[in-house]
Design a protein around this ligand. Structure first.
Ligand code: PGA
Length: 252
């Protein structure tokens, strides 16, 4: 009942032209795909061109971040209303790089999650523990806390579109992946917390993606376990063939 979602996070890579030529090369490589939803999250400056190029394809386009307010004196920020108005359908919220380098907190994640839902943007809420937290046995409590704070005050009646992404910080861009067992265990913790914070029904239907050094050769093992409903891919989503291979390898 939970359809796989494979999302590419391009971070601060690619010009508008590079992003649309990626799409031209990528589309034929996934033309037979029906098993997964595909999402690309380019840099903000590439959104209009990529949204335009992806119109009437099966590839959805999302933003990597946004502010929680519709407008105001917030120099350098991007409004959720504008992101939705451009035609983006998804938004990443609280990516660990945002938390680490731009002071994103569980409080701002919660505000952004509410704003995304208010603008009918599908939020992908990123959570995950640091290496020291894992090594000190704190993983479960960190994940429970991040999940519950993200969901604080969210009305279950409007929560169905929410997606979570479990991204252990020690696995992002390091080439070090969680083992399938570690990932499955973490996803189950998150799902149990969603049941507590929202409802058991929503916990059963909300998708939880795995992210952190997902590559074509580990995608199938990592992304298709009982509580894992797809992937959030950084580095390996920058190349059309490797991102298509990840999608095609997760079939069946
Ligand atoms: P990575 O990045 O696949 O390059 O590890 C994942 C992410 O940051 O979402």
């Amino acid at each position: 009942m939970r359809k796989l979602l494979i999302a590419g996070n391009w971070k601060m890579y690619k010009t508008p032209h590079e992003s649309t030529s990626f799409l031209t090369k990528f589309l034929p490589l996934v033309k037979d795909n029906t098993h997964a939803e595909i999402l690309l999250c380019p840099a903000m400056t590439c959104l209009p061109a990529l949204i335009d190029a992806a119109r009437s394809t099966s590839v959805a386009i999302g933003a990597q971040n946004m502010h929680w307010k519709d407008e105001g004196a917030y120099t350098g920020e991007t409004s959720p209303a504008v992101i939705a108005n451009l035609g983006a359908t998804h938004v990443l919220i609280g990516h660990s790089e945002r938390r680490q380098y731009f002071n994103e907190t569980d409080t701002t994640v919660n505000l952004k999650l509410k704003a995304a839902l208010a603008h009918s943007l599908i939020p992908i809420v990123c959570i995950g523990e640091h290496l020291e937290e894992r090594e000190s046995g704190l993983t479960n409590s960190v994940l429970e806390l991040q999940t519950s704070l993200a969901l604080e005050g969210i009305d279950p009646a409007i929560a169905a579109p929410i997606v979570f992404a479990y991204e252990p910080v020690w696995a992002i861009g390091t080439g070090r992946t969680a083992t399938p067992e570690i990932a499955q265990e973490a996803h189950l913790i998150i799902r149990k917390q969603i049941a507590k914070s929202l409802t058991p029904e929503l916990a059963a239907s909300i998708r939880i993606l795995y992210g952190g050094s997902v590559k074509p050769d580990n995608a199938k093992a990592l992304c298709c376990l009982e509580d894992i409903d797809g992937a959030l891919v950084g580095g390996a989503s920058l190349d059309p063939q490797s991102f298509a291979d990840i999608i095609n390898h997760t079939k069946g």
